[in-house]
Design a protein around this ligand. Structure first.
Ligand SMILES: [Zn+2]
Length: 468
């Protein structure tokens, strides 16, 4: 039983647990299992950050590099193609994420007796196994504009409780409320805290009913990303226009005439920029062909914590202000090679096994950034340059409706770190959200497919150093 508490910060969940405000999670999840702080993917944004839970894959592996991205081939076509090519899963194109996914199979395919409530990712669900899709569409749209997330979460709770006494093997239940309310207020707002308490009550009702008809269900509770308050809105699209660069962007400038750049925002603290979007060029630019003047100006924006782009030899260049470094997958290891300064704060050049690099990066302000920046550029669909915002900043102007006071999307700890709670023992090693899908498959006795980015708990426990 997987419960996705969208956008809940780990310290908010910890705070509520410590106050005794989440008695059901304590009873059904923490007591038999435990809690840890894991890391999500980049960009750390709703929908994209669900891919790990269902596919055990990074967004770059899945070919879905953001909640908005540019299809370079389509966007140079006719008016309809241009609209479709400027992909945005926020709105009427939302369902396209399922056909865009280039990875698989999903856990729904591997466990046919699955049900899901309120998920945008539905590949592999049998007909009728995605519950309340109509309410999700209707109440979801209403909640987005009117802030009525509690009504949406209540509909999820009711459908969830109805399932408790039925035959199921895997359940995927999404509560969008905490994220939606955090965007409108802030991640610590009383309304956000109350929405998490409501989820706790729903979990208790479900677990009691489910345990009456069989064993206690195995429960895993996690969030897809963190969130932070945004005081500084650095609208990259408007900034480019100001610099004389006509810029294709959402929501209404997707047909921008003479566009020399396209700006695709996720979260809103992650943005990817594509240069000369209507050139018909299907391949991304690498360092040597980038417009260096524009790149330098983007990197220098005070809102940027990390800028990254492809180098000419299959690696990724990472920049922060004057600092720059190269990342590379190197014969099964991850290589971090500072060229000037130390943009990821790792202390110097490193050549480490993936999980050791994860552990090392967890103490920096950009946990798991080496792996996350490398995975993003695995897909040619990712932008020519990706910018992750500094704490307190994002990349979309205050014009957005509804006004957003908080957000996520960057590689910074406030966005990357997520709570992971499980009613089974958790390994000592640092976890990624991508590890949960193979771990759930193991619990279900289903073989983990080859090529999964995540590592199951059993293998992580074997990797962890013995306690001293
Ligand atoms: Zn989310």
């Amino acid at each position: 039983m997987f419960v996705l508490v969208d956008g809940a910060r780990h310290d908010v969940v910890r705070h509520l647990l410590d106050r005794g405000d989440l008695p059901e999670m304590s009873r059904w999840v923490l007591e038999p299992g435990g809690m840890t702080v894991g890391t999500t993917v980049y960009p750390s944004t709703t929908g994209v950050a669900y891919i790990p839970f269902l596919y055990g894959a990074f967004p770059g592996t899945a070919g879905v590099p953001g909640i908005r991205w540019l299809d370079r081939a389509l966007v140079s076509g006719g008016l309809t193609a241009q609209w479709r090519g400027a992909r945005s899963y926020c709105g009427v194109q939302a369902g396209l994420i399922n056909s865009d996914l280039g990875c698989g199979p999903s856990i729904f395919e591997l466990v046919p007796e699955s049900y899901a409530i309120c998920t945008p990712l539905t590949n592999g669900l049998r007909p009728g196994a995605h519950l309340i899709p109509g309410k999700r569409a209707l109440l979801g749209a209403l909640a987005h504009y009117a802030g009525t997330y509690p009504a949406l979460d209540r509909a999820v709770s009711e459908a969830w409780l109805d399932l408790a006494a039925q035959d199921w093997r895997f359940l995927f239940v999404v509560f969008p409320g905490p994220d939606g309310l955090a965007h409108l207020y802030d991640p610590w707002h009383p309304k956000v805290l109350e929405s998490i308490r409501e989820i706790d009550r729903a979990l208790g009702a479900f677990a009691r009913r489910a345990s009456r008809t069989g064993d206690d269900p195995v429960l895993i509770v996690a969030s897809d990303h963190g969130a932070s308050v945004m005081r500084h809105h650095e609208d990259v699209a408007l900034r480019l226009e100001e610099w004389g660069v006509p810029t294709l962007r959402h929501p209404v400038h997707v047909w921008r005439r003479g566009a020399r750049a396209a700006v695709m925002v996720s979260g809103n603290a992650g943005v990817q920029v594509y240069f000369d979007p209507r050139s018909g060029r299907a391949t991304p630019l690498t360092e040597g062909d980038l417009p260096h003047d524009l790149v330098d100006r983007l990197v220098a924006l005070p809102a940027v914590r990390v800028a990254a782009y492809r180098d000419d030899t299959g690696g990724v260049i990472v920049r922060t202000g004057e600092a720059r470094a190269r990342l590379r997958d190197d014969a099964g290891l991850v290589r971090y090679e500072p060229l000037a300064g130390d943009p990821l704060g790792l202390g110097g050049p490193l050549l480490l096994e993936d999980r050791e690099m994860l552990l090392r990066s967890r103490v920096t302000d950009v946990p798991d950034a080496p792996r996350q920046l490398l995975q993003l550029f695995r897909t040619a669909r990712a932008g020519d340059i990706a910018l992750g915002a500094r704490l307190g900043s994002d990349f979309r102007g205050p014009w957005e409706i509804p006004e957003h006071k908080a957000g996520h999307g960057s590689v910074i700890a406030d966005h990357a770190e997520v709570p992971i709670l499980a009613s089974v023992p958790l390994p000592e090693a640092p976890l990624r959200t991508v590890d949960l899908m193979p771990s759930m498959l193991e619990l279900l006795g289903v073989p983990v497919p080859e090529g999964t980015d995540g590592v199951p708990f059993s293998r992580l426990a074997a990797l962890a150093p013995a306690p001293a």
